[in-house]
Design a protein around this ligand. Sequence first.
Ligand code: FEO
Ligand code: CA
Ligand code: CA
Length: 638
Amino acid sequence: MSQFEHQDEQNHPRPQVPEFTQMVENILSRRRFLGGAAALSAAAFFSVSPLSRAIAAATDSSPLLGFSAVPSSTADTFVVPNGYKAERLISWGDALFANAAEFSEDGNNSAADQLRQFGDNNDGMSLFPVDNNSAILAVNNEYCNYEIMFSHQGKQMTLEDVKRAQAAHGVAVLTLTNTDAGWQFSKDGPYNRRIHANTPMAMSGPAKGHALLQTSADPTGEQILGTFNNCANGMTPWGTYLTCEENFNGYFGSTVAVDITPAQARYGIGAQDAGWQWHNHDERFDLAKHPNEVNRFGWVVEIDPNDPTSTPIKRSALGRFKHENAELVIADNGQVVVYLGDDERGEHIYRYVSRNKYNPDNPAANRDLLDDGTLYVARFNNGADKGDQLSGNGEWLPLIFGEHGLTPENGFSSQAEVLIHARLAATQVGATTMDRPEWVAVHPTEPTVFCTLTNNKNRGVAENQPLNGPNSRAENHYGQIVRWQPTSGQHTDATFNWDLFLLAGNPSVHPDTPYAGSANINVNNMFNSPDGIGFDKAGRLWIQTDGNYSNQGDFAGQGNNQMLCADPATGEIRRFLTGPIASEITGLAFTPDQKTLFVGVQHPGEELTGSHFPLGASHTPRSSVMMITREDGGIIGT
Ligand code: FEO
Ligand code: CA
Ligand code: CA
């Protein structure tokens, strides 16, 4: 979440409780009072029982979860369970190269320094093993906090300041070495690299070279400068990293009036930027002067972390929207499937399916699998009250030029335009408006897909966001996790069955209402706004939060943002760690032996809330990658 785009939880007039909400209330209160056993037998009645079982059986003790839960916390520390230890791997401003400047506590690092330092606000990350003693960690640097970065707190921005901010965005590639003291970052490592808002990149896929991507600096529409607001991530089995551009719109603005097209409006693009002020000093970001520059952002970018000289590639076939992560799985038939969320209230969940098949024996042949395929968007049909569990079915709607109304009379004149304006195409084909889709994660051994729907204060309030499908609560301040299974178990299937793995809530503030959450939420594990998720090899689902950390009102007792661990089979959820003041927990990567877990702490002390994480005392708060191990050297989570 950008410093300029807060999760305002302001009160709205309470809408009338529609029939659907009443139904959800009935379901939830019944489940809560029936208890596990009764609910389980009710759930088992239904044909989608493998999906339904989880929430109902929440009180079972899970064999997968072997650690002691940590309590909620408002302290300025990073707390892990007894028997675990957490160390700092790297923080914003740390030198990335042996001869780079170190972080300056007095705020005097230059733009040139920042280009050779770890970026700010680390987010999604992936680990690429090299051998037993070395690995590459690719980490997104989503944005920066002007109020912490600059002594003027962003109020007197200069060109140098803008360049420094641009240098703090993007991706960091880190060489890790396994030593007697555990994994460490190596400043001398051969893979170290900074990719930032001015790094040359290539455009590929159907939108490459399209007129909407052409600018005066790049009449070809094929050569882009930079990536920013890199939220979450993905990785491919052919060894590349996927970084996802999220709130790109906020970096563009204009000092004069500009005509905003409906397509621009749908992406939140307007003369008023989000506060970054780049367009005041770098005319590339001035909409009036370079109206197509903004179309060159909002993509998934593929990076080869093994080659620091490689050119990152924006893969237009995966669509342009506010990308969260890119969860890639190889279907049984070899086609590449990528699940994608678009994080905005009322936007959609997408799926890409490659035309060609993955070839494990020829890595070079896989390089362009993300250029040629079909992008789909999800329609979740409304769930029915099946007595216990909210569930339903759904379908993947293809976004193909010339089909299903994606035609010139509706404003689409090519496949490139369908992809550049994917949000408009999704609406045209009838996609379901969701509660801010964040990360998607696929279970390691079952064809089950999980997606966090983080929250949506507009649900049931905005006209275009009625209660629908898994978006079952009006004024949804807590969020939920939906999951689905392809109808025949193949990720390429056209249809799926869905249910809710959890509804976050606050059972002490809202007992007996849908806002208490599902039966697997209790006063000991409650949280709000699930965001990052990922599975370990054994099938534990790790859940990270980016929510309201006020610990008051609707959020009383939930404390700072946190990371939890769930057993998808039983539905049990246990809190694994808590973050420092005003931080978000985001980004996770395991070493292959599952004994080291890297976790991101983002924006501690944002809005000058007084954190001094990670160094304590009077130190500047800095986003950091933390490294978690067990004192006995065991596998994380067991
Ligand atoms: Fe960068 Fe949707 O979180
Ligand atoms: Ca978020
Ligand atoms: Ca996120």
